[in-house]
Design a protein around this ligand. Sequence first.
Ligand code: MTE
Ligand code: MO
Length: 372
Amino acid sequence: DPYADDPTRHSALKVNTQRPFNAEPPPELLTESYITPNPIFFTRNHLPVPNVDPDTYRLNVAGPPGGQALCLSLDDLYQFPRHEVTVTLQCAGNRRSEMSQFKEVRGLEWSLGAISTARWAGARLCDVLAQAGHQLCETEAHVCFEGLDSDPTGTPYGASIPLARAMDPEAEVLLAYEMNGQPLPRDHGFPVRVVVPGVVGARHVKWLGKVSVEPEESFSHWQRRDYKGFCPSVDWDTVDFDSAPSIQELPVQSAITQPKEGETIEAGEVTVRGYAWSGGGRAVVRVDVSLDGGLTWQVAELEGEEQRARKAWAWRLWHLQAPLPAGKKELNIVCKAVDDSYNVQPDTVAPIWNLRGVLNNAWHRVHVHVTP
Ligand code: MTE
Ligand code: MO
């Protein structure tokens, strides 16, 4: 069993698949705190968790022609200026189960918890690339990452991001060795993972073994044959993965974590809670909440840290406390967020449905009963 050596996990996680391990925190724990505690941070593994010895660990960074390849130990990595940043990581498949309720899709049945937030610390990727002699001259190039996890044929997990993002110090791309003040937990990439603020989870390669600059995107399955969006009419017979760009920045997203679907709440007043986030560093400027399925709206209160313009890498938690309309036995609670480019969420899944069930950012809806 290649999974026999996987780490032990927190019992509060809702397990999607055990081998490989995929799990999310329940909604009520997810938004209990701005920073997600490491033990309940959602986990998305495609393969067995490698057991990496920190003493013999080496990160291989290919150099440019005439440049210098680097072979970095953990101590070498600690010599680079330490950089810290709070980043929300979301899987492209977050909220896929709502998409599959509309029409069948292929993928893990994530609820709304394939998203979490941590304070990451590490070396900036741009500093490491610069040391290897890379410059931002080839603007169409890509930085390719390989994990130390591999399938039975020996093929590692891989992904890539554009070199322009990697070389931009303002983009704050990290080779992270710490998560919330601790060494990375094994499930989250010990000892080193990539953190790409504002970009889909799939590019945050864990158990990082190799970095190289290439003229093309990574040839990995997960870069080329997965994590892409398509027209709702495209099916598995007609899909042409080469026709669509790989997902990088994600669209504006929000979801309700309290009350929960199907819950019975007391008459009088309701408190609605949730999260909101947008990709590419776009800040959340507003969250609208409806108690009547989208007929009328109220503005929720944003909590926690202010976001930096163009560098809003972390989510906003929000809440709305509102009196309940008298005599209502049921409520259809809805939320939708607006980012600072005035991007909004689509009202239903139908027009954004796609065969892989990725990129679901439709209005989130929760149906609850009210005790008289
Ligand atoms: N990196 C490696 N090496 N192997 C993986 O399976 N999964 C990716 C990404 N990095 C993956 C990986 C995907 S799809 C996501 S959403 C994030 O890791 C999840 O990170 P987390 O498990 O720390 O939440
Ligand atoms: Mo993912």
